[in-house]
Design a protein around this ligand. Structure first.
Ligand SMILES: Cc1ncc(COP(=O)(O)O)c(C=O)c1O
Length: 411
């Protein structure tokens, strides 16, 4: 552990090659935002783009904007912007629907491709929406759903497994899987693999094509900063695209939607994974938000993310040692994605007290305070000041104020 001082921490910011990126984001004055793993802040270009869509494209252009402003192509063009962020080719990614809906679509597609196999495997601690969807699909298809703990997954993937579905980064602990190794081992048994990249896309380099991933899904509103409830995305490896039989066979995935044909004929390639009309306001916001990644080196992002995370862990363990915090994220930065999770029996109240002082993270049961590490706009001094604030709250026992224990609807 380094002997940190504010001066040393300021030195890290001065040497930071990503420091300039911070100006691309709107960050409220005085706030230290450590929740970009839940809802990214607004990139500066988004407000002007939305104003133009509302005032000009919708206000003046009306229905003509589907063609003139290329609204109809946004799912594909936004998908093409997402592709390099996840290591895919442009025609392998499409922006649409929510992550839950996209998981339903690709899982149903995988089961049709791997017909005859009897099992779907996931992880017990997977993000709840994923496991809710997986169980529903298993019921619908009459398959068995197995959800062992993370360290036993490969033991249960066998010649009867149709599909393995995992979230790359555990939302509670921030620990992440070796995506490439697991994909290969599942493929050795003939299983298809679906990854939920919600907590890794935009936070670390990914190479889905090199890893041989079959399908992937993920959120647009976390590290990608697409705005509250932004469209999600889905990836289908090129080799599988024409084997996908869409179960949500909506008109936007039809080969010629404006023929209004009586029968469904799937579009070629990734387009058949569309279902209904895209929400253009959300799609335009995500499109503009992704410009922040235009010339970003994700290796650089990852390096800074590990450094910021290490700093947070060091400072909490050093400066708040007497207050009973337990860092449950891996201490080894190479195993920790872009969040640091810290458990404390009073975690909820402590997080509310922190938020009241302008340090924003979030809380997940049981007892977990989560701090998102987002290198494009976080400074090393933000981490320093956040831990100073945490220390003050603990020392003064501010968290004991009754209002900090009142559970809000969204935690
Ligand atoms: C791993 C993961 N998957 C999915 C979701 C939510 O997906 P949806 O876009 O359907 O709300 C979240 C939300 O936090 C998530 O963390």
């Amino acid at each position: 552990m380094a002997n940190w001082t504010l001066e040393k921490v300021e030195g890290l910011d001065q040497a930071d090659p990503l420091a300039e990126k911070r100006r691309l984001f709107h960050l409220p004055e005085g706030l230290i935002y450590l929740d970009g793993n839940s809802l990214g802040p607004r990139p500066e270009g988004v407000a002007a783009r939305l104003a133009a869509v509302v005032e000009d494209e919708w206000g003046e252009g009306l229905i003509g904007s589907w063609n003139a402003a290329k609204w109809i192509e946004l799912p594909q063009s936004v998908g093409a912007k997402l592709a390099p962020i996840i290591g895919a080719r442009p025609g392998e990614v499409i922006a649409c629907d929510s992550t839950s809906v996209n998981l339903f679509k690709v899982l149903m597609a995988a089961l049709t491709i791997n017909k005859g196999r009897k099992k779907i495997v996931t992880e017990a601690g997977n993000f709840p929406t994923d496991n809710y969807i997986i169980r529903s699909v298993a019921n619908l298809a009459g398959l068995e759903c197995l959800a062992p703990p993370a360290d036993r997954i490969l033991e249960v993937v066998d010649a009867h497994t149709a599909c393995l579905v995992l979230t790359h980064v555990n939302y509670r602990t921030g620990e992440f899987y070796d995506l490439e190794a697991i994909t290969r081992k599942a493929h050795d048994k003939g299983a298809l693999v679906i990854w939920d990249l919600s907590h890794s896309a935009g936070a670390m380099p990914l190479d889905l094509d090199r890893a041989g991933v079959d399908f992937a899904v993920g959120c647009g509103y976390k590290f990608l900063n697409g705005g509250p409830g932004a469209p999600a995305y889905l990836f289908v490896a090129e080799a599988l695209q024409d084997k996908v039989q869409p179960v949500l066979s909506g008109w936007m995935g039809h080969a010629r939607p404006f023929d209004f044909a009586a029968d469904y004929e799937p579009a070629t390639g990734i387009d058949r994974n569309l279902c209904g009309t895209p929400g253009i306001l959300g799609m335009a916001a995500l499109d503009a938000a992704l410009d922040a990644f235009a010339d970003v080196d994700l290796e650089e992002v990852r390096r800074k993310s590990m450094q910021l995370g290490d700093l947070l862990v060091d400072l909490v363990e050093d400066q708040c040692a007497e207050y009973g915090f337990n860092v449950i994220s891996p201490h080894d930065a190479t195993m920790r994605a872009s969040q640091v999770s810290i458990a404390h029996p009073q975690g909820y109240a402590i997080m509310q007290a922190l938020i009241s002082k302008g340090v924003v993270g979030d809380y997940r049961d049981p007892e977990i305070m989560r701090f998102g590490i987002t290198p494009l706009y976080l400074r090393f001094v933000d981490i320093w000041h956040a831990v100073q604030q945490l220390h003050k709250i603990m020392e003064a026992e501010t968290w004991r104020r009754p209002e900090f224990s009142e559970r809000q609807l969204v935690t």
